[in-house]
Write a protein that binds this ligand. Structure first.
Ligand code: ADP
Ligand code: ZN
Ligand code: ZN
Length: 751
């Protein structure tokens, strides 16, 4: 009954998936008491003219809303809390720190099916591989039954199993094959109540197959690894933040594995965060081979069904290790004992577009604090923020020097583009080095952060440049696809042969990965070459195939974008060429230099084996630039020290805190007038520094004008207090309804 008076039983504060920045008050369902409805449970509530699913966040004695305006909850959907108190607190903290509507933050943390109000306890048929099945699949069994073989391989890739409903979609005729596999003891079909909290027996370590045995073997830890492990282990049961710093291959993952193993031995569960591109089959296989427990894998490419079952496994404690990308930081994990964040500097940890713009790295630290558990941040190139936290004594640094059996540090050298003949973007010394390394049986990695054939299509007669009609951007030439493409809005057009203005011939100017690959293929016709960028690789499987070709030697040259700088170590690669370092040197974004240094060090770190150090050549027109100089002579540490000094002088983070109010509208005038009004809301003497509004570096994108207002203060608390009060005013501006706007706290990209 809506319209009832608030009873002494009190009201429930509910987060509903909507853009409101507040929780909503509801009465308990008729005949029930508020205190009998647990926080963290979902409820169905009347919301305007419709009904919605929400999550009870808190109980309150009464409401500010007049009693007769309060409505009652229609139904309780979970008899037990779906989200435990700790996770609920983390989600609320996230909503408040990033100034995002709490209902949206909580909804985004739930699998889609649960957002819709489906039962969290539904029964389902579940098919999974057995330990014997894993061994059989690795031995190529069953040889004469292709249907069964196919299903076994599918299951081998899904060690936590798959629901019958999901299988129905992927392999409609799976049942007979599953029955046959079950007879051989290779798969098991069960009915399970998802959400049950009983611990299942851990998966037994599968019987030996040579590959598995190699993976399962734990190496003796180096002294530095042991020291790191002991430090992390000594913090068990309380909060401690550690920065595990070591080059690629120095053994960071080995330390995570051991720390997770110890956490499991104590009966606690672990959360392992990896960057978007770091979640490779190899990494999963390594974790599976070494940790004989159930794991839940969470990443953005899961289907709704897969995500739901992984989420339920995590929540029930059936999965003892949750391993995932950004949003896995919100995974429900009972008895959390440890969090690790690999490649903590990676920008994929920050949600950059749409929704709540949180940093999973920072939230991992927050979650560890709340749960009183250790958190390990690992990187070869830590974010300057993290290094400063070490200096301030907030993080404990655990350095991992190169191991004795590891490749020597690569030799970095700058190639002055002004001092050498340059053919199609490649300086003479670089081409010669490639020839030399190929002749010596080495492999070559060529990095260029620009996909496509050429960034510009130019008329050689009138100077016309092919523009995007919806953006302030030039169209990129994609020769293989015979298209012009806008890398900002995705617009495409057929590749013209004549100028759009005067009809003269046009030519592509500048280099993209496609063109560099073409040039190198012509120069070195005998060396098998592969390209890796978003045009050649659609998904994880494509990336994997390219990486494997480099690892097994069937490719000798790899040309690629950012994608080649992450993930794998390539022992056979002896030369790395960075085609253009200059994009990062003169950007208006204060983080551009840090990103460039990280990229160079990361890509350099992929190369080399044993005593053979990798050689790294960096093409630049500014070899005297202090950033490049410090990087060459003193490595990432020297660069970071210099960069931190510069940040301090300029009052950039981590020496100040930023928030960016972004707006976009059909016209520049609308976007700007909203931001100006927002600035006025702050009063004549705001307690923070306001910079702008200004148009974004790429102002017009997909037909909309983008602009921004930067908010800065030395202190986090002061900035937060200002945002609290200010955004309430901004939200009510009439101009706010004519634009799309969002607040980005701790923005990564401020161009
Ligand atoms: P990172 O995560 O820093 O890149 P990994 O932990 O992946 O480093 O180690 C790189 C390689 O070296 C792996 O094949 C790993 O098994 C091996 N390795 C790590 N630590 C040791 C050690 N102490 N002794 C021998 N090999 C090791
Ligand atoms: Zn022309
Ligand atoms: Zn465009």
């Amino acid at each position: 009954m809506s319209g009832a008076k608030p009873s002494s039983a009190g009201v429930l504060r509910v987060a509903v998936d909507c853009p409101l920045r507040t929780l909503l008050d509801y009465l308990p369902p008729p005949g029930q008491r508020a205190q009998d409805l647990p926080a963290g449970a979902r409820v169905r509530v009347p919301f305007g003219a419709r009904s919605a699913v929400g999550v009870i966040v808190a109980h309150a004695p009464g409401s500010l809303l007049a009693g007769n305006r309060l409505r009652a909850i229609a139904a309780l959907l979970d008899p037990e809390p779906l989200l435990d108190a700790a996770l609920l607190e983390l989600l609320q903290w996230t909503a408040s720190y990033y100034h995002h509507p709490p209902g949206e933050v909580i909804a985004a943390a739930l699998p889609v099916a649960l957002r819709d109000g489906h039962s969290a306890l539904a029964q389902e048929e579940w098919l999974e591989i057995t330990a014997a099945g894993v061994t059989a699949s690795q031995d190529g069994e069953p040889r004469r039954a292709p249907r069964q073989r196919e299903l076994l391989l599918l299951l081998a890739g899904l060690p936590t199993g798959i629901s019958a409903a999901q299988l129905e979609l992927q392999a409609p005729l799976w049942r007979p094959a599953a029955r046959a596999l079950a007879k051989r003891g290779w798969s098991a079909l069960t009915v399970r109540a998802a959400g049950e909290s009983a611990q299942l027996a851990p998966l037994a370590t599968p019987a030996a197959s040579p590959r598995r045995t190699a993976l399962a073997a734990a190496p003796d830890l180096s002294a530095a690894q042991l020291q790191a492990l002991e430090a992390i282990d000594a913090a068990a049961g309380r909060y401690g933040a550690f920065l595990l710093q070591g080059a690629t291959g120095s053994g960071k993952t080995e330390v995570y594995l051991r720390a997770v193993a110890r956490c499991l031995e104590r009966g606690a569960n672990a959360l392992v965060l990896v960057p978007e591109i770091g979640l490779t089959p190899q990494l999963l296989e390594r974790f599976r081979a070494r940790l004989p427990v159930r794991m839940a894998v969470l990443h953005s490419a899961l289907s709704d069904g897969e995500r739901l079952s992984a989420w339920r496994d995590a929540r029930a404690g059936r999965a003892r290790v949750v391993i995932g990308t950004r949003s896995a930081v919100f995974a429900p994990i009972p008895q959390l004992g440890l969090i690790t964040v690999d490649e903590e500097h990676d920008s994929s940890y920050k949600q950059q577009e749409g929704g709540c713009r949180y940093s999973a790295r920072d939230l991992a630290v927050r979650r560890a604090q709340q749960a009183a558990v250790p958190v390990v941040l690992g990187s070869a190139t830590p974010a300057l923020e993290s290094l400063q936290n070490v200096q301030l004594g907030r993080y404990h640094q655990l350095p991992l020097p190169r191991r004795a059996d590891q490749a020597l540090a690569p030799r970095l050298a700058l190639i002055d583009l002004r001092a050498h003949a340059v053919h199609q973007g490649l300086a003479g010394p670089v081409t010669q080095a490639i020839a030399r390394h190929l002749a010596a049986d080495g492999q070559v990695l060529v990095y260029l952060n620009r996909r496509g054939y050429a960034p510009t299509l130019l008329c050689t007669s009138c100077g016309w440049i092919a523009p995007c009609s919806a953006c302030d951007a030039r169209l990129t030439v994609h020769r293989e696809a015979a298209q012009l493409r806008c890398h900002w809005c995705g617009a495409t057009a057929p590749l013209p042969t004549r100028c759009g203005r005067c009809g003269f011939t046009v030519k592509p100017v500048g280099q993209g990965t496609e063109r560099i690959a073409e040039t190198l293929a012509a120069m070195f016709p005998d060396a098998p070459l592969l390209r890796l960028d978003r045009d050649t690789a659609r998904g994880a499987a494509d990336i994997e195939a390219v990486m494997n070709a480099l690892l097994d030697g069937s490719a000798r040259i790899l040309v690629g974008t950012q994608m080649v700088t992450k993930g794998h170590h390539f022992p056979g690669v002896s030369l790395v060429a960075v085609i253009n370092a200059d994009q990062g040197l003169f950007s208006t974004d204060f983080r551009a230099a840090e990103r460039l240094a990280q990229t160079i060090v990361q890509v350099a770190g992929r190369a080399g084996r044993g005593a053979r150090a990798g050689e790294v050549l960096i093409q630049t027109e500014y070899p005297e630039h202090p950033l490049l100089q410090s990087l060459i002579s003193g490595g990432y540490e020297a660069f970071a020290a210099g960069a931190l000094t510069e940040r301090a002088a300029a009052r950039w983070p981590p020496f100040s805190r930023l928030a960016l109010l972004r707006a976009s509208a059909r016209t520049a005038a609308e976007a700007m007038s909203f931001l100006r009004a927002a600035r006025e809301c702050a009063g004549d003497r705001p307690p923070v520094r306001l910079l702008g509004p200004v148009s974004a570096a790429m102002a017009r994108r997909a037909g909309r004008h983008h602009a921004q207002l930067l908010v800065e203060h030395a202190g986090r608390g002061e900035l937060q207090r200002f945002l609290d009060a200010w955004l309430e005013l901004v939200e009510r501006l009439p101009e706010a309804r004519r634009v799309r706007w969002a607040i980005d706290v701790d923005p990564l990209d401020i161009q």
